[in-house]
Unconditional design. Structure first.
Length: 301
C-alpha cells in the first residue's frame, strides 16, 4: 500500500478531512479533500461534520480551526510551520490607537496569532477585507498586521481613515518589481496578477489585485493567453490544473514560503496515525478571538 492509500485509509477510520492551503506542495494539494485560501478554509471549517480536521498550512490556520470548531480535533502535520507576519504587531500599537480615536475599529488579518485576534473587533482575509471594511460603521480603522494589505484597503475605501502598522509578509514583500517588469517585457501579452500582500511597486503594475482565490478566478475567466503571477509559487499547481491551455510565469527569484513547504505526505500520515500535533488555543483567548472570527463570517455574507 502506498502512502496516499494509507492516508485515505487512516482518514476513513477517523472520519477525518484534510484541508490544504494553495501554498503547500502540489502532492499535498492533490490528496487534500479541500484546497483553498484562508477565507474559504475558514468558512468551510465551520460547516464540516467531520470530528477530525487536518490543517495543511501554518499555525494560525490551525488556531482558526480550533476557534471555529471547539468541539473538534484539529491536527497540524508540522507544528513548527509558522507565519512570520502573524506576530508583527505590538499590543501597545493597538492601545495607542484606541486611546486616540473614539470611533475606531481594529481590523485584524486572519494571518495572525489567536492572541492578536483578541485585540481586534473583527478579522478579515485578503478575499473579504475590502468588503468588511466598507461594511463597518466606523470611519477610523486600524488594520493589523500587514501594512501592504492595509494600504490596498485604504486605496479601495478612500472614505475611511485606514491606519497600519509595520507588519508584512516576507515572501510577498521581497518579490522584485524589476523581475515582474522583465517578465512583462518578455511576455507583453500576459496580464499581471498580484496578491495585495505585495509592495506598492508591484500592485501598481497589476492588471488585477486580489486574494489567491481571486487570482485563480481571474485567470480562469480572462481571455488573456498568459499571466505573470506575483504570489507564492504553490498556486501554480491549481492554476495549471484549471487552465492547461494558458501560460503562467513566476519571478525568477521564486516566492517560496518555506513554512508551507514543511507540510509533507509523511507528516500527514503521522498525525493521522498518532493524533500528535493537536492545535490549541488558550482558554483565556478563545472567547475574544472567536468573536472576531464570527463577526468576519457575518459581515462577509
Amino acid at each position: 500500500m502506498d502512502i496516499c492509500e494509507e492516508i485515505k485509509q487512516q482518514k476513513k477510520e477517523l472520519d477525518a478531512v484534510i484541508l490544504a492551503h494553495y501554498y503547500v506542495p502540489a502532492e499535498v494539494q492533490e490528496i487534500a479533500d479541500y484546497v483553498g485560501d484562508s477565507f474559504y478554509l475558514s468558512k468551510l471549517a465551520a460547516s464540516l461534520p467531520n470530528p477530525v480536521l487536518v490543517y495543511c498550512g501554518v499555525s494560525f490556520m490551525g488556531e482558526s480551526g480550533c476557534l471555529l470548531n471547539p468541539e473538534k480535533t484539529v491536527l497540524m502535520p508540522d507544528i513548527h510551520a509558522d507565519c512570520a507576519m502573524a506576530r508583527m504587531v505590538c499590543r501597545e500599537d493597538v492601545e495607542k490607537a484606541r486611546a486616540e480615536y473614539d470611533d475606531l475599529a481594529v481590523v485584524c488579518y486572519i494571518n495572525s496569532t489567536a492572541e492578536i485576534k483578541t485585540w481586534a473587533d473583527v478579522c478579515v482575509t485578503s478575499a473579504n477585507a475590502v468588503k468588511i471594511v466598507q461594511n463597518l460603521p466606523n470611519r477610523n480603522i486600524l488594520f493589523i498586521p500587514d501594512r501592504n494589505l492595509g494600504r490596498y484597503i485604504a486605496q479601495q475605501v478612500p472614505e475611511k481613515n485606514v491606519m497600519t502598522v509595520q507588519g508584512y509578509c516576507p515572501i510577498h514583500e521581497e518579490i522584485s518589481h524589476w523581475e515582474i517588469a522583465a517578465l512583462k517585457t518578455a511576455h507583453p501579452e500576459a496580464e499581471i496578477l498580484v496578491h495585495p500582500e505585495c509592495s506598492e511597486a508591484i500592485t501598481a503594475m497589476a492588471n488585477y489585485v486580489g486574494s489567491t482565490s481571486g487570482i485563480l478566478d481571474h485567470a480562469a475567466k480572462s481571455s488573456a493567453p498568459a499571466f505573470i503571477i506575483a504570489t507564492e509559487v504553490g498556486v501554480e499547481y491549481e492554476l495549471r490544473k484549471q487552465n492547461p491551455e494558458k501560460d503562467f510565469f513566476f519571478p525568477e527569484t521564486a516566492p517560496v514560503c518555506r513554512d508551507m513547504k514543511l507540510i509533507t505526505l509523511e507528516k500527514i500520515l503521522h498525525v493521522l496515525r498518532t493524533g500528535e500535533n493537536r492545535a490549541f488555543v488558550p482558554a483565556e483567548q478563545t472567547e475574544s478571538a472567536c468573536a472576531a472570527l464570527a463577526r468576519m463570517l457575518e459581515l462577509a455574507k
